[in-house]
Each structure stands twice: as C-alpha cells, then as structure tokens.
Design a protein around this ligand. Structure first.
Ligand code: SAM
Length: 279
C-alpha cells in the first residue's frame, strides 16, 4: 500500500481529525525510548488512533489512559485484543479535557504527576499545547510529535522569526528539548510537512515567575499581535514610552527581541501599577 493511501489497518484516515498514522517501526521505537515509560507511571496519550504508540507504551506500564475524539477509533481501542485491560479510553476532544478534574478523581497517592504524550493532530496542536500549559503543575513531562515548524517555534531563541507567543509561554512553564526529526514517509497517509518530536518538562520552580500570569499573557499577546512594530507602538496601550525606558527596554526593539525575563518584568510592572490609571 502506498504511503499516501488513506487506509491503514482497515481504517480510513479522517483529515478533519488530523489523522496521519505512524507506521515506521524505527521511529516508533525511538519515540517510545524517548518517553521511557516506567511501570507505575501515570501516562495519558492524546490521539492514540490505531495504537502505534499506545501498544509499545502499554507493554511497559500497568495502566494507560487515552483521549481520542474519533468515535470509531475509541471503539476499536475499547475492544483491543490485549490492551483493553490496561486502557482507560476517554472519548473526548482533548482541547476540552480537564486534566485536573481527571487527575483528582483518581485519588492517586505517591504520584509524580501526569506524563502526557501523543502524535498530535497538527490542526489543533498549538491550542492544545496552550491548554496543557494551564495544567503545568500536574504534569511531569510531555512528549509530542508536531509539525517541525511548531517544534522550531517552541525551541526558538529571541531575535528569530520562529520566536513568538507560543515560544514565550511554553518556555515560561517548561524546559523545552527537541528529540528527533521525522520524515513524512513515517506516516500513513504521509503529511505534506516534516515532523519532529519534542519533550516539554514543566519546571517545579519557575525560573522567572510572573506575579500574575494573566498579565504576562496580556503583554505577550499584545506584543506579538503586532510583531513588526516597535515596542513603543505595539505596547502603547499598556505602557508609556517613559515606562518602557524605565524598565530598560529599547523603544526601537520589536517583540522578537525581548527575552522571557523581559516579558516577565513588563508583566510584573503592569501588575504592580494596575491600580494606577491605565494609559
Ligand atoms: N497516535 C496515532 C499514531 O501515532 O499513529 C494517531 C496520531 S494522528 C496524527 C492524531 C490522532 O488524534 C487521531 O487518532 C485523531 O483521531 C486524534 N484526534 C484528533 N483530534 C483530536 C482531539 N481534538 N482530541 C483527541 N484526539 C484527537
């Protein structure tokens, strides 16, 4: 069967669910080795699909929870010949899944946190990462297959095109490490883009804590909404030029020139001066 065939293991891939199934055993092996599942880990897979990662991970652990939106695939997994004892199948949109409620409902003792992984549907990967970051305090680590462009954005350093809101917010919460690159041929059907796997490890102590993260979100969103403008202009609704200078910012710099630390100091300044009349 050609790698562009939509049919894999008797299932016709659904484009709207971002279904590109992994079939390259070396790639699968390398991803599972990077996850390095331990027997008693509390693992959640997003988008298990036909089980390419689910099966080898489940082999190594006592139990595994999977969140799958496609009703047919969820049903297949519930009847999986040898995994059904280990699997908890949650048929839901991962974007709406409340990881906190689920984690608390299990009343686990001696738990290191959730380990999340998945070959994510690329159409929702960025909002899904933002969603997961809100549960950073519960998560031990995350391993995701993503579009290579998204991995580049997550790992980017300031002063580059790839550096943006996703970079700053992911690096605020997590240590970010690229793991491996994956060519289109590793999937059925083959996607049009290159892919890569990333590891995100939430900090137990944030290196640059914001006094209120909603202020950080606001500053970062505002700056990158107009990323081609100078800070003086892009942040003019939040700061006067004098305030930016007081904070040591170069008024001619652009959003991509600020470090995470700069963004946090802007957010904390805003937080400290919230009672004063906004400009
Ligand atoms: N893990 C499988 C693999 O590696 O072959 C499938 C990966 S495929 C790229 C993405 C999977 O996520 C599909 O099974 C798809 O049905 C599922 N999916 C798509 N949107 C989803 C969502 N919003 N919530 C949960 N699962 C979703």
């Amino acid at each position: 069967m050609s790698s562009n065939s939509k049919k894999h293991l008797g299932h016709t891939a659904r484009k709207r669910f971002g279904q590109n199934f992994l079939h390259d055993q070396d790639v699968i092996h390398n991803i599972v080795a990077a996850i390095n599942p331990q027997k008693s880990d509390f693992l959640i897979e997003i988008g298990p699909g036909l089980g390419a990662l689910t099966e080898p991970v489940a082999d190594q652990v006592d139990k595994l929870t999977v969140v799958e939106l496609d009703r047919d695939l969820a049903e297949r997994l519930r009847h999986h010949p040898f995994l059904n004892q280990k699997l908890t199948v949650i048929e839901q949109d991962a974007l709406n899944f409340n990881f906190r409620d689920y984690f608390e409902s299990l009343n686990l003792t001696e738990q290191n946190g959730i380990r999340v992984f998945g070959n994510l549907p690329y159409n929702i990967s960025t909002p899904l990462i933002f969603h997961l970051l809100t549960f950073h305090d519960l998560i031990q680590d995350m391993h995701f297959m993503l579009q290579k462009e998204v991995v580049k954005r997550l790992c980017a350093a300031p002063n580059s095109k790839a550096y943006g809101r996703l970079t700053v917010m992911a690096q605020y919460y997590c240590q970010v490490m690229p793991v491996l690159e994956v060519p289109p041929a590793a999937f059925k059907p083959a996607p049009k883009v290159d892919s890569a796997v990333i590891r995100l490890v939430p900090y137990t102590e944030l290196p640059y804590p914001a006094k209120d993260v909603s202020f950080l979100n606001r500053v970062v969103t505002q700056a990158f909404n107009q990323r081609r403008k100078t800070l003086r202009n892009s942040l003019s609704q939040l700061f006067t030029a004098e305030q930016l200078e007081e904070l040591g910012m170069d008024l001619q710099a652009r959003a991509e020139n600020l470090s995470l630390k700069d963004y946090v100091s802007l957010a904390n300044y805003l937080f400290d001066h919230q009672d004063l009349e906004e400009k």
